[in-house]
Design a protein around this ligand. Structure first.
Ligand code: NI
Length: 247
């Protein structure tokens, strides 16, 4: 396929980001139209740069997401920071009609993340450390796979997108920082430092997820079981300071 073209990214305030997207008909995954959309989403994500992108972010209201993480996205993360976030190489992955449930021991971790549809900002979000994902791949074949670490964060962020949610619904609002402030003040520092200085609690996800239409579950102010050094830089989305993120 020749240059698939980069698509404009829809930004928050557009209703397409707030409506639950439509399921993908498995038979459509092999059509040239959807294959071209996937190629364009990949090109758009890579150009942003980001580590994930959902179809509603390019104005297409279907449950289709793409993921990719790797060294070219790690920016100036130190090895310690990368390990704390459990960021490993994640080959390009397509998920249609994704759904997930918590996996592992149910641990949750809090880090800064961002979103290509919310340019210029980053904030702390609690996410499941591991999730079991059921979906279809780009060939319409079933996927049943556990994602952990940063890959799990990306999946949860992208599934939110196809449900009409943004990370802003889950963020610790007092953690919100411009990319510039983040880079100047919080990059390379534990999330706890930002929490203490900005006045937010490190939250945990609600035990029961809200409905697809509901406000997120997000903030339940209880001490976390485990302190997690956090910071972001990519959004899980996001990208290095100065860039935007993932998604
Ligand atoms: Ni996003």
């Amino acid at each position: 396929m020749s240059d698939p073209g980069i698509l404009p990214i829809v930004e928050c305030g557009d209703p397409v980001l707030r409506r639950p997207a439509e399921p993908v008909d498995p038979s459509d995954l092999r059509t040239s139209e959807v294959r071209l959309l996937i190629a364009r989403m990949r090109a758009t994500m890579e150009a942003a740069p980001g580590v994930g992108l959902a179809a509603p972010q390019v104005g297409v209201p279907i449950r289709l997401v793409v993921l990719r993480d790797g060294p070219e996205r790690w920016g100036q993360l130190t090895e310690d920071e990368r390990m704390a976030r459990e960021r490993y190489d994640l080959p390009f992955t397509v998920l249609a009609n994704p759904a997930f449930q918590p996996a592992g021991d149910g641990e949750q971790v809090s880090f800064y993340e961002g979103c290509l549809s919310v340019p210029g900002l980053t904030g702390v979000v609690a996410r499941h450390r591991a999730v079991r994902v059921e979906a279809l791949d780009e060939h319409g074949e079933p996927v049943d796979r556990v994602f952990s670490g940063w890959a799990a964060r990306i999946v949860q962020h992208e599934v939110d997108h196809v449900r009409g949610r943004l990370y802003l619904d889950r963020v610790e609002s007092r953690s919100l920082s411009t990319i510039g402030s983040y880079a100047r003040l919080w990059a390379g520092r534990p999330t706890e430092d930002a929490a203490a200085s900005l006045g937010f609690a490190l939250s945990r996800l609600a035990a029961q997820p809200a409905t697809d239409h509901g406000q997120s579950s997000a903030a339940i102010f209880r001490p976390r079981r485990r302190a997690v050094p956090g910071r972001l830089r990519d959004d899980h989305p996001a990208g290095p300071p100065g860039k935007r993120h993932p998604r």
